[in-house]
Design a protein around this ligand. Structure first.
Ligand SMILES: C[S@@+](CC[C@H](N)C(=O)[O-])C[C@H]1O[C@@H](n2cnc3c(N)ncnc32)[C@H](O)[C@@H]1O
Length: 297
């Protein structure tokens, strides 16, 4: 028999990671673990702990090993088909909710989450504002399946079926093609791929989908998808609708310039908890510019 404290020591993991795995496998709180280091592990638990620890030691992110990650107070299932939701992205949800709350009472609230991944943003919005109509779009069918399952699990039963409309699409293309009239939104939110092609951080993110990190066509500055979204979004916004885009720590100036060049009004950037400009946005151009679609390069 192996004692809990012996396994912890031999696991080769940071103490907190080891405690999280023990919590998952044994269902024990950290306080219980500290109080009973002498606990002997059953063979089945030991085998499971060793298997999970091996994945962590091999560099797999904890969220994939556990199959879940908390975002906006909700526990999302995650698989390697989706980006692991980041705390920074909660700022995007906060700002989207502010745009909803600025609308006249009782008026409709319709949001589009572009590149929904696990569904983190779309589900958080639908959960926080149950009357909102939320659309969630992604190019990846596998990601949409994860997002759909998260909506089913996390939204109240009467909302889970219809609260979010899931659409597989290369950015706006399905919206242009499928609807008799182009749908318009009060808020378009997106955490698109924005990592540059040769970014030195990419190897550390190798377990997450390339489509989520650099996009289908990686660009030298990482801004290819943001550039495309900014030039297209006005066609899908109400006149008082906002576009809100997450971006990299050094991309705020460039994204504000892109928004201003497209005629977006009240262009701004907001800082995340680390004080970094993380989200930029603007109000629908007025009058709308008629643009031809740029190529993603
Ligand atoms: C950075 S991840 C964001 C995931 C999620 N919204 C979040 O914040 O955790 C970007 C997402 O955009 C999707 N995506 C990439 N290229 C796309 C495209 N051309 N059209 C639609 N979605 C795309 C990816 O599949 C991925 O889910």
């Amino acid at each position: 028999m192996t004692r809990l404290s012996d396994w912890m020591q031999a696991s080769g993991l940071a103490r907190l990671d080891a405690q999280v795995l023990v919590g998952t496998v044994l269902g024990w709180s950290r306080a219980q673990q500290v109080a009973h280091p002498e606990q002997e592990l059953r063979d089945a638990d030991l085998a499971r702990l060793n298997a999970l620890a091996a994945r962590l030691r091999a560099g797999e992110p904890l969220a994939y090993v556990l199959g879940e990650r908390e975002f906006y107070g909700l526990t999302f299932r995650v698989t390697p088909d989706v980006l692991i939701p980041r705390p920074d992205t909660e700022l995007l949800v906060d700002l989207a909710l502010q745009t909803f709350d600025a609308l006249p009472p009782l008026s409709a609230r319709r949001a589009l989450d572009l590149g929904t991944g696990s569904g983190a943003i779309a589900v958080a919005l639908a959960h926080a504002r149950p009357v909102a109509q939320v659309w969630a779009l992604d190019a990846s069918a596998a990601a949409l399946a994860v997002a759909h399952a998260n909506a089913q699990r996390l939204l109240p039963a009467q909302r889970a079926g219809g609260a979010i409309r899931f659409v597989q699409s290369n950015w706006f293309s399905a919206l242009r093609e499928a609807e008799a009239a182009v749908p318009r939104f009060h808020c378009i939110v997106s955490n698109p791929p924005y990592i540059a092609q040769h970014d030195p951080h990419l190897p550390a993110l190798r377990h997450e989908p390339t489509l989520a990190l650099t996009g289908e066509r990686p660009s030298a500055d990482g801004l290819g998808d943001i550039r495309y979204i900014v030039t297209q979004a006005a066609d899908f916004l109400h006149d008082d609708g906002w576009l809100l885009v997450e971006h990299g720590y050094d991309q705020a100036d460039a994204v504000r310039s892109l928004l201003a060049a497209q005629g977006f009004r009240a262009v701004f950037s907001a800082r995340d908890l680390a004080g970094i400009e993380r989200v930029s946005g603007g109000l629908c151009p007025h009058p709308r510019a008629t643009q031809s679609a740029p190529k993603i390069v």
